[in-house]
Design a protein around this ligand. Structure first.
Ligand code: PSV
Ligand code: MN
Length: 427
């Protein structure tokens, strides 16, 4: 579905006077605090977050799935949906594919279609956590770490195939999330599992084009419940260091045990120049895949504080990051959910940009914990939404994307085009 841009203009006109009041008031406060509002707006506008191809349909749990209707039935329709999101917020100019859920059969046509929506392709994701119908060897007992070389070889070849699909599309990174692990003590030898995995990823690494990265994602448990081969950031970093320069860590916000200090992990990765990217989502208990910022917005802000501080420090030499959403659940309209997630990420980024850094550094040097907290929370408690709206408006997007989506009855139109029972591949 192609959006009629004049409808966005009408929406912006109708909401202009209230927006103007909010933006002018906020600009006055920020300028008074010494910030350059124009530069902040430019940074917000430039910040783009990739949309995962698997989050455009309704997500499910192992207990069920409640499809919402109008879901994209093909990769082409998924690209159209990301194009729609991008037209609404001008903040998601790429899509991250999961293979084999979304295999581009005609890569040229797919890249052209994406380009027509001003979209590119972010990291491609391999999948050795499920068996496919036409697959010879089973991943029941693992893939890249498997005891049987034939299974490992099949999983290695799959990752190499994913790289080739990515090359055809113009992607520049492979994300490996390895579900391999064990469910019972004594089931496997931890060290040998690590060694076999390293050998497998080394073979994949050797196939990476010169300008590619491999993002090594970690996760402490699920689908296995006793051990995971790449369980934590330390193991991810260990793999990356052994692999080489092109290997970098991927932080999925849902892949930590309760109360883990994720912002400190981000700082450590940055310090080592080994932070590759993010899978944004939110969670209360485990890998809940909830809308970004819906549960722990302060944590998200603290993560962006580390990112803004780290990326602007001359001593940090970290490659460019891949920003991706990895959220999907059961009850919301997926497009509304993605709009909310992107908004939450950009809010946290904008808040981190307005931290008074010189004052914070001074407070830290003087061990003034009270003042440091005041400075952090002054930024966090600033309602920056009018900045985001202004950046969107200047880029030709909607002042309020979710409201516009509802007013324009976009889901209803998608349902009438695709049917109430259409089914997207993915989780
Ligand atoms: C696993 O939980 C994960 O975070 C990985 O990134 C997968 O690729 C994605 O979710 C979808 O299953
Ligand atoms: Mn993930």
């Amino acid at each position: 579905m192609i959006l009629d841009k004049s409808l966005i203009e009408q929406h912006n006109q109708a909401n202009q006077s209230l927006h103007k009041k909010k933006f002018e008031a906020l600009s006055a406060v920020l300028s008074g605090e010494g910030h350059d509002v124009k530069t902040i707006l430019e940074k917000i506008a430039a910040f783009q977050i990739a949309i995962p191809s698997w989050a455009l349909g309704t997500g499910g749990t192992r207990f069920g799935r409640f499809a919402g209707g109008g879901e994209p039935r093909s990769l082409e329709e998924k690209i159209e949906d990301v194009g729609l999101l991008h037209a609404l917020n001008q903040s998601s100019n790429s899509i991250s594919l999961h293979i084999p859920w979304d295999i581009p059969k005609d890569p040229k046509a797919i890249t052209q279609l994406a380009a027509s929506f001003e979209l590119g392709f972010d990291a491609v994701n391999s999948n050795t956590f499920q068996d496919q119908a036409d697959q010879k060897e089973s991943y029941k007992f693992g893939s890249l770490s498997h005891t049987d070389k034939a299974v490992r070889d099949q999983a290695i070849q799959h990752n190499i195939d994913v790289i080739r699909h990515g090359v055809d599309l113009g992607s520049k990174a492979l994300t490996i999330w390895l579900s391999d692990g064990t469910d019972f003590p004594g089931q496997q030898n931890f060290r040998r599992m690590f060694e076999r995995t390293l050998d497998s990823i080394q073979q994949i690494y050797a196939e990476l084009p010169a300008d590619w990265k491999v993002l090594v994602e970690y996760k402490p448990y699920e689908p296995h419940f006793y051990s995971t081969v790449i369980a934590d950031w330390g193991t991810s970093l260990l793999f990356c260091n052994k692999l080489g320069e092109k290997a970098v860590g991927l932080v999925d916000l849902g892949h930590h045990l309760p109360n883990t200090n994720i912002e400190q992990i981000v700082s450590r990765f940055l310090m080592e120049g080994k932070l590759g990217g993010f899978h944004f989502n939110d969670s209360k208990y485990g890998d809940d895949d909830l809308t970004v910022g819906s549960i722990k917005p302060y944590q998200l802000f603290l993560i962006f504080n580390e990112l803004v501080e780290g990326m602007s420090s001359p001593e940090i030499k970290n490659p460019e990051l891949s920003w991706m959403i990895d959220a999907s659940h059961n009850i919301k309209d997926p497009l509304e959910d993605l709009l909310q997630s992107v908004e939450a990420i950009k809010i946290a980024y904008a808040q981190a940009l307005i931290i008074d850094r010189p004052a914070l550094e001074k407070a830290q040097a003087e061990n003034d914990a009270t003042l440091a907290q005041e400075i952090m929370q002054n930024a966090y408690r600033t309602d920056v939404r009018a900045l985001l709206a202004e950046a969107r408006q200047q880029a030709g997007a909607a002042l309020n994307p979710v409201a516009f989506y509802r007013e324009s009855k976009i889901r209803e139109q998608l349902v009438s085009q695709r049917g109430a029972k259409s089914f997207a591949t993915g989780l």
